[in-house]
Design a protein around this ligand. Structure first.
Ligand code: TGC
Ligand code: FAD
Length: 392
């Protein structure tokens, strides 16, 4: 008997429009034809395939959810479906797209001047300019309000000093959206700056030796009295709500993306368990094994429905409450990580080989559990919302 696919089990397609399915299927084709076979190799080589950037741009996935300025203007659900397909390939591929669109481009789109939008967004949508997003610092992770990076006004310039840590895409970025505390004589406030590569005092050393998201370039941003023009400031938002507003976009996308990783693990593991024979029968014929697979399938289907429910609300109202996004990110990342770990175990010794996707996704998801707000941070965001009491 042929096994039932997850999509057939959930009949998720019955909730999607023709347009949504078309967008998903085109990215699905790209990932399966152009990325999947190389995923293990890229992970091993610790390399993001920059040669695929023009094709990603051609698919319209860079800044896909933004309107105008050469962006595709897709719905929240279409954007989520895209990220799920990308992360089916690898979390590094999805991270590249999340950071470019939901963080760097979104910051410029939401808080930039008209001139900044015209200057950067069309070329970012075309993949000709790559951006990164510098919020985290070595001593300021979950508590970004404690950042020490400063921007001092000096005549027609801003002078930036500080170090950003764990910055996705920074080693290959043409520009960085950097968050700093502004020192202009007024009350202290966090604001965004666009720093172009080439600015004196701007360095982006790569972080080596990651055991997770190895196919994603991660680096620091070192700002050593880095002078940028007065026009580099993002003028239309002050305060921590600026970067957190961008994170709300990216976290929503992640809550879809991680299910792609879970599905890739699940599909390959079912296939393996159906053909791996121990004690004279396929291991998939054992009740303990079927229970394990069923638990995974149920959680993945629930995750899909959760993402779709909140995606539809986002499309209807144009926004989600941050707590709703925390709920989705927290729950679906946990599901995906549990699924990847369980799949790794079903594969036995083979589960530690890069030949199978489980260990790669499992390791990638350890980062996703931590970035964009750790699991604990999202617990506390929800706890605060539900009780009215701040436990940070
Ligand atoms: P708090 O006092 O609660 O809030 C400060 C101001 O921000 C507003 N706000 C939000 N606005 C939009 N979206 C959200 N999610 C928001 N959360 C809060 C809030 O209303 C307030 O506005 P105002 O006008 O009243 O000033 O701030 P807090 O200092 O208590 O911190 C809250 C906390 C802990 C939840 C927050 O700082 C947090 O989320 N921490 C986690 C940090 C984080 O997620 N860092 C991610 C870095 S980027 C990254 O990881 C990219 S990985 C990308 C990839 O490769 O895919
Ligand atoms: P910490 O904040 O030091 O947390 C350590 C532990 O303490 C965690 O378990 C945490 O949940 C827990 N903890 C913290 N506060 C509390 C509390 N109040 N109560 C209970 N527990 C608590 N950042 C960017 O700005 N841009 C990027 O592009 C980016 N990309 C990244 C890519 C990768 C691969 C990784 C790993 C990280 C990336 N980050 C990026 C940084 C990421 O957002 C941070 O790692 C994350 O916010 C957590 O900060 P931290 O690592 O300093 O951990």
């Amino acid at each position: 008997m042929e096994p039932l696919s997850l999509d057939a089990l959930s009949e998720i397609d019955t909730h999607l429009s023709d347009e949504e399915r078309m967008v998903r299927d085109s990215v699905r084709r790209f990932v399966r034809e152009r990325y999947a076979a190389r995923a293990g190799e890229l992970f091993e080589e610790e390399r993001f395939p920059v040669e695929l950037i023009p094709e990603l741009a051609e698919l319209g996935v860079l800044g896909a959810g933004l309107k105008g300025y050469g962006c595709a203007g897709m719905s929240a659900v279409e954007y989520g479906l895209i990220l799920q397909e990308l992360e089916y390939g690898d979390g590094g591929l999805r991270s590249f797209v999340s950071v470019q669109g939901s963080l760097a481009m979104y910051a410029i789109h939401a808080y930039g001047s008209e001139e900044q939008k015209q200057k950067y967004l069309p070329e970012m949508a075309q993949g000709k300019l790559i951006g990164c997003f510098g919020l985290t610092e070595p001593d300021s992770g979950s508590d970004p309000g404690s950042m020490t990076t400063r921007a001092r006004r000096d005549g027609d310039s801003w002078v930036l000093s500080g170090t950003k840590m764990w910055i996705t895409n920074s080693p290959l970025a043409h520009l960085a959206v950097v968050w700093a505390k502004v020192d202009d004589g007024g009350p202290e406030s966090i604001q965004g700056f666009i720093v172009e590569r080439g600015a004196r005092g701007f360095e982006t050393p790569k972080i080596h030796g990651k055991m997770s998201l190895r196919a994603s370039e991660t680096g620091e941003i070192v700002l050593d009295e880095c002078r940028v023009p007065a026009s580099a400031i993002l003028p239309n938002k002050r305060g921590l709500g600026g970067p957190l507003g961008c994170l709300t976009q990216a976290r929503f996308g992640i809550s879809w993306g991680v299910l792609g990783a879970a599905k890739a693990c699940f599909e390959s593991t079912v296939e393996y368990a159906r053909t791996r024979v121990q004690f004279g029968v396929p291991i998939a014929s054992k009740q303990l094994m079927q229970e394990r697979l069923v638990e995974m399938a149920v959680e993945i289907v629930k995750g899909d429905l959760l993402a779709l429910h909140f995606g539809r609300i986002k499309d209807r109202h144009g926004r989600l409450r941050p707590e709703q996004v925390s709920l989705c990110k927290r729950e679906n990342v946990r599901t995906a990580l549990d699924v990847a770990r369980s799949c790794r175990a079903v594969l036995g010794g083979n589960g530690i080989l890069l030949e199978y996707p489980a260990i790669r996704h499992m390791l990638n998801l350890e980062s996703v559990y931590t970035y964009e707000g750790t699991h604990e941070v999202h617990t506390l965001v929800l706890g605060k919302a539900l009780t009215g009491l701040d436990a940070f």
